[in-house]
Ligand binder design. Structure first.
Ligand code: PEP
Ligand code: MN
Length: 447
């Protein structure tokens, strides 16, 4: 039977950067047809609930903690996923305690399998690794071939990972009375671990108090405090397009457009004009106020609070110069956007020993610059976006163990960008909590 050829959507006709180059178009079509026949990966009701939570963030009544791997890998062992969820829950407690507002949790995971790359080939001359959705990390020509079957594997892996995350965040581990057990063994005896224990102790007392008053804290905690949503960079449009269901991109609750694919007249921006999910745009130091206004107009024409998030990734040395003007441009449009700080991607350097790394000092400096830009423009600091792991890796310089250049090789296991380890993550959480508290105090004083 001849199938009627469908008129392509406008985004399918526009140029798109950073897409895989497949050899066999018929195979790609067969794969995307199969993806289209499968159920959506997330429930649109959950996506709507996230949007409602983000609306509160846009009003200044919440804060986003978005965290996870730079590049998630297929077949992630359950222990690694558990550690990731534990560190996210620990950081949530620190931010709740310090910030005093709802923390909306987005995991960079259950779909974070595609990577934009600045070069098409790596040092060995092979095709660059572009994430498990596209090719393999292994250094062989065969592994680096762009394989359309990986789109189907990405779907199945996302599904399994999301089921596991849900199990972890709704089961016993997420019970608030377990907060001491979230402290990972290798952090417990560090300064950060001890500080966390203090916070956990204060929360314990609060729980006992509430329970003595007859409030069912146990029932509330799993659904409210531990609830996480999924997010990833919407990069490979063949995949995202095949997972459109009833106006939602069902591959995740929240998606973002990367710094390298945010061209106003290209396919990624056009794609998200017709999608109901909340969407982020990474904005680097080259972003202009005109672009900010255009994103507001194109991606949130009906001024829905929480629908559009600008993810500032300027670099510690650029943020003071660039960000305030962009925040003002957004405010002038009247569009209720969220500003979130990604202090990772503008601060990547190559170490003397040849590793891609980031200094904790630069990360902190960028976070501080972000809060400063918020203060001087009257913008709500809406969240942070971090690359981290719950494991004890040595990928970023400095922090509680004072990791040096010569230490990086010890446990450098990332598939792409350098991540904070569990202790460094807690350190950043305490730092953000302090700045958030100061920001709120200053608002109160000014009122
Ligand atoms: C990322 O988030 O891993 C990434 C590639 O970021 P950016 O688009 O900001 O460079
Ligand atoms: Mn990254």
């Amino acid at each position: 039977m001849a199938t009627a050829t469908k008129t392509p959507a406008k985004w399918e006709t526009l140029p798109a950067k950073q897409q895989p180059t497949y050899e066999d178009e018929a195979e790609v079509r067969a794969v995307t047809d199969e993806l289209k026949s499968l159920p959506g990966l997330v429930d649109p009701n959950d996506t709507d609930r996230l949007l409602a939570k983000l609306a509160k963030v846009a009003e200044g009544k919440g804060f986003i903690l978005q965290a996870g791997n730079c590049a998630e890998e297929f077949g992630t062992p359950i222990a690694k996923l558990t550690n990731l969820i534990k560190i996210i829950l620990q950081m949530t407690m620190v931010l709740l305690w310090g910030g005093g507002m709802e923390i909306v949790k987005l995991v960079r995971g259950a779909g974070q399998y595609a990577k934009p790359r600045s070069a098409d080939t790596d040092k060995s001359g092979r095709k660059s690794y572009r994430g498990d959705m596209v090719n393999g990390l292994e250094e062989t020509d065969e592994a680096r071939r762009h394989d359309p079957q990986r789109l189907l594997t990405a779907y199945r892996e996302s599904r399994a990972t999301w089921a596991e995350i849900r199990r972890l965040t709704t089961g016993g581990m997420a019970d608030l009375r377990w907060i001491h057990n979230w402290n990972l063994e290798f952090v417990a005896n560090t300064r950060q671990g001890r500080l966390y224990e203090k916070v956990a102790g204060i929360i314990d007392q609060a729980i006992s108090f509430m329970e003595a008053c007859g409030v069912d804290v146990r029932g509330m905690s799993a659904t409210q405090v531990a609830e996480v949503f999924t997010s990833h960079e919407a990069l490979v449009l063949a995949y995202e397009g095949a997972l459109l269901r009833n106006g939602y991109d069902s591959s995740a609750h929240y998606l973002w457009i990367g710094e390298r694919t945010r061209q106003l007249d290209h396919a990624h921006v056009e794609f998200f004009r017709h999608v109901r999910n909340p969407v982020g745009i990474k904005v680097g130091p080259g972003t202009t106020p005109e672009e900010i206004r255009a994103y507001c107009r194109l991606l949130n024409p009906h001024n829905i609070p929480g629908k559009l998030v600008f993810v500032s990734r300027m670099g510690a040395t650029n943020i003071d110069r660039v960000l305030p003007e962009l925040m003002r441009a957004a405010a002038e449009t009247g569009c209720p956007v969220i500003w979130q700080c990604d202090p990772m991607h503008g601060n990547t350097i190559e170490s003397v020993s040849g590793f891609k790394t980031r200094r904790i000092k630069s990360i902190k400096r960028e976070i501080k610059g972000f809060f400063r830009a918020c203060a001087i423009t009257g913008t709500h600091p809406g969240g942070v976006h971090l690359e981290l792991t719950g494991d004890d890796v040595t990928e970023c310089l400095g922090g509680h163990q004072d990791i040096q250049d010569a230490d990086l090789h010890r446990e450098y296991t990332t598939a792409c960008d350098p991540r904070l380890n569990a202790g460094q993550s807690l350190q950043i959480a305490f730092y953000v909590a302090k700045l958030l508290r100061q920001h709120r105090q200053n608002l109160t004083l000014a009122a």
